[in-house]
Design a protein around this ligand. Structure first.
Ligand SMILES: O=C(O)[C@H](O)COP(=O)(O)O
Length: 229
């Protein structure tokens, strides 16, 4: 039986400031650091110890992974960082205040941009303040100009299937430190959640979620929060 641990990064500076973040790179708050360390302590306490790790190219997820691995004495395991696990790209909303955007466009429109399955936010303007297409970390990578959850799934799932799933099949205990919407993409697939129902799924920061996999490489039961196990 292999295990998969999913953890959303701890609270980020822009979670706290209530700004649309997406691919923009922000750090963790003090609370985020505490959450990440607590996640690792929980892994140690429950003896669910990762043997291999995956994360995005974004500082908040990388730091969360490092803090969690340090807290469970697993800083030595192999780590792969890949853009396919990045947060959903928030397009032209990147950097905007979520409440001010609601005040301007209405609650319903903002809810559609944030939680609908296939309506992407307006694209980001090339060369604008938050355009990351020239960032060296994304050299050679097709930086999107916006992404819906559907588009996020279209880049997360091929990576999951070709790179991460083989590690579970080899018996590894895999940890993925990623983001609210890249993890919603994965959970939608693993738990067979419909396009309609996924709009109601929220992933809390710094809270490890576990799937157990049988020999057929399908989750053998429903996901659970490790704190409840
Ligand atoms: O990118 C962001 O702003 C957050 O990480 C997730 O935002 P959401 O809750 O609006 O999906």
């Amino acid at each position: 039986m292999s295990k998969l641990i999913l953890v959303r990064h701890g609270q980020s500076e822009w979670n706290l400031a209530n700004r649309f973040t997406g691919w923009w790179d922000v750090g963790l708050t003090e609370k985020g650091v505490t959450e990440a360390t607590a996640a690792g302590e929980l892994l140690a306490q429950k003896n669910v110890l990762p043997t291999i790790a995956f994360t995005s190219l974004q500082t908040r997820a990388i730091k969360t992974l490092n803090l969690a691995l340090e807290a469970c004495d697993r800083l030595w395991i192999p780590v792969t960082k890949d853009w396919h696990l990045n947060e959903r790209h928030y397009g032209g909303l990147t950097g905007l205040d979520k409440q001010q955007t609601r005040d301007k466009h209405g609650d319903e429109q903002v809810h559609i941009w944030r939680r609908s399955f296939d309506v992407p936010p307006p694209p980001i303007d090339k060369g604008s303040e938050f355009d990351l297409s020239g960032d060296p970390r994304y050299a050679g990578i097709p930086v999107p100009d916006t992404e819906s959850l559907k588009l996020t799934i279209e880049r997360v799932l091929p990576y999951w299937e070709s790179v991460i799933l083989p590690q579970l099949s080899a018996g590894e205990t895999v940890i993925i430190s990623a983001h609210g919407n890249s993890l919603r993409a994965l959970v939608k697939h693993l738990s067979g959640i419909s396009d309609d129902e996924i709009t109601g799924l929220e992933i809390p920061t710094g809270q490890p979620i576990v799937y157990e996999f049988g020999d057929d490489l399908r989750p053998s039961g429903e996901r659970y929060y490790l704190k409840d196990a």
